[in-house]
Design a binder for this molecule. Structure first.
Ligand code: NAD
Length: 541
């Protein structure tokens, strides 16, 4: 890899991460054909067509991925349905034990997983590590809490002692999972783990750019002991395969853009099936006047530039209290300029590449538009073809105004706009501006005050003194978006109950719900009225 010129337009050094000039990157990043074959053989894909996947690290071809047809999707559902019927009878403890085996497998095999993620996505190794980490956390959480979520629960019967009511959690059947490229291993897998635990099968359609990471996930499920037919994988453009996937699913779990989410919601509505939609965001961070500025600057770098900003919960709008604005921004800019950059497989880079030319084009367009309309670049601001074909520097903009595209539109790249605020009510109003509501972050040394402020932020998750990890990695807490950032939640009890139908079973003894012993309808109504009044006096629900 050639040595970069290490300076940003704003003057600070941007240091390249470890690189080995001896290496031929194209050769060293090639995958063994047998390895690719082992992964792609896990696909149902009979079209005879393949799609070439290139590595964003160097633009060189990585693999050819066979493509599926609508008939493959139908076959995937047929196999999944058959497997699901047996799986639903498998005891919960056996299902949970498989999840715990998966937990250990992803930790043991993390080098292989991370290599593949980096090769396919171009992200920094440390950001790729977050993916097996998230799968291990999710697998362990659901395995250990399986009974809490899935066991039959007693409810309050209408007539104490005589009406016994319990609620069963019945699996929906086969869940269709459509996932994006940005976290190609965990996004393809994490939502499916509670679906399996709840007794469902899955038909997965990962993004075309990152099929291999998703297929490795499917292989690891096989190794963990899950019946192979329970998890089907198909490959192809979402627009082509989407209708077939939604057409046979009992539930759809979608993660991706808001525009696609609306298309999917309409198709699910036609069939009256449920869906969860984890969509885009334009996430705000608030740095209050009492924030620890060093901690806030460190957190702001992670909030803005993790996975080169290609992260649904990453922060793109920063509101900083007037009293600390200059001191904070100076620290934030210095930390950003000190980041180590590189498109390599090695540890040590603070930020990797964008995934594709499309992503780079969007980021360049947003920054050029902002600069042309008067925004100032405080750090970064340009593409770095010397580091990799789709590389863009971590970029801080000041003076962004509503007529600039990046003011309200998701960039999904390493670009953050910094704004000054004078009072907190104004900061909250600006943070809540727009249509999105995914994730927010607040930095303050007063936890109570920050938690009170969090309630006013219209976002599905709010992290205090942290970027996004405090909620995202706490699998017991629900994660998802308000407004145009989505519907439904992943994680926690909502993340598993979405894949079940609740079935109430009531058993009546003694009294029946009709006049008895020759009682008239009127006498029955009077008796019921008296008992309702009595129950209220007794404080019963
Ligand atoms: P996208 O909507 O273009 O694609 C996501 C997936 O949907 C891919 O698998 C794609 O093939 C499929 N798809 C596309 N059109 C489809 C259609 N008509 N029918 C069925 N499937 C279709 O999104 P993207 O650009 O790849 O991903 C980036 C977006 O995803 C960003 O907006 C980001 O914020 C969002 N995202 C959200 C979360 C979250 O948890 N909220 C997580 C990751 C990414």
């Amino acid at each position: 890899m050639s040595a970069p010129s290490n300076s940003s337009p704003a003057g600070g050094p941007l240091v390249e991460g470890p690189a080995d000039p001896e290496h031929d990157p194209a050769a060293s990043y090639a995958l063994e054909p047998e390895y690719v074959e082992r992964l792609t053989s896990r696909l149902l894909a009979t079209s005879g067509r393949t799609v070439q996947v290139d590595s964003p690290l160097n633009g060189a071809p990585l693999a050819h991925v066979p493509q599926s047809t609508d008939a493959d999707v139908a076959e995937a559902y047929a196999r999944a349905r058959k497997a699901q019927a047996a799986w639903a009878r498998t005891p919960i403890d056996e299902r949970a034990a498989m999840l715990l085996r998966l937990h250990d497998l992803v930790l043991d095999r993390q080098d292989e997983i991370i290599d593949l993620i980096v090769l396919e996505s171009g992200k920094a190794r440390k950001h790729a590590f977050d993916e097996p980490l998230h799968i291990a956390l999710t697998a362990r959480y659901y395995a250990r809490t399986a009974h809490q979520h899935l066991d039959t629960q007693r409810k309050i019967g209408v007539i104490p002692a005589l009406t016994r009511v319990e609620v069963n959690r019945v699996p929906k059947g086969v869940v269709g999972i459509i996932s994006p490229w940005n976290y190609p291993f965990t996004m393809a897998l994490c939502d499916g783990l509670p679906a399996l635990l709840a007794g469902n099968a899955v038909v997965a359609k990962p993004d075309a750019q990152t099929m291999l990471s998703a297929l490795l996930g499917a292989r690891l499920l096989d190794e963990a002991g899950f019946p192979k037919d329970l998890w089907q994988v198909v490959a192809g453009p979402g627009r082509e395969l989407g209708p077939a996937i939604i057409g046979e699913a009992d539930y759809i779990c979608f993660t991706g853009s808001t525009a696609t989410g609306k298309v999917i919601a309409r198709q699910c509505a036609e069939r009256l099936i449920g869906c969860s939609l984890e969509l885009g965001g334009k996430n705000p961070i608030l740095v209050l006047r009492d924030a620890d500025l060093e901690k806030a600057a460190e957190g702001a770098v992670r909030a803005s530039f993790s996975n080169a900003g290609q992260l649904c919960v990453s922060i793109e709008r920063m509101f900083v209290a007037d009293q600390v604005y200059d001191r904070f921004v100076e620290r934030f800019v210095a930390r950003t300029q000190a980041m180590t950059l590189g498109a390599t497989l090695e540890w040590g880079n603070d930020m990797g590449s964008l995934i594709s030319q499309d992503q780079l084009d969007t980021v360049v367009a947003h920054v050029e538009d902002a600069v042309a309309k008067g925004a100032r670049v405080l750090a970064g601001g340009k593409a770095r073809p010397d580091l990799g074909p789709y590389y863009f520097e971590p970029t801080i903009l000041e003076g962004v105004t509503p007529e600039m595209t990046c003011f309200g539109h998701e960039t999904f790249g390493p670009v953050i706009s910094v704004y000054r605020f004078h009072d907190e009510a104004e900061a909250v109003a600006r943070a809540n501006d727009g249509e999105y509501g995914l994730n927010g972050s607040i930095y303050s040394q007063d936890g109570d005050r920050a938690r009170a402020l969090a309630r006013q932020i219209t976002c599905g998750t709010v992290n205090i003194n942290e970027a996004f990890g405090a909620t995202f990695a706490s699998i017991d807490s629900p994660m998802g978006g308000m407004r145009e950032s989505g519907m439904g939640r992943r994680q926690g009890s909502e993340g598993i109950h979405r894949y079940t139908e609740s079935q109430s079973v009531g058993t009546q003894r003694g009294l029946r719900f009709a006049p008895m012993f020759g009682m008239s309808d009127e006498a029955y109504a009077k008796m019921m009225t008296t008992s309702l009044r009595l129950m209220n006096k007794l404080g019963r629900a």
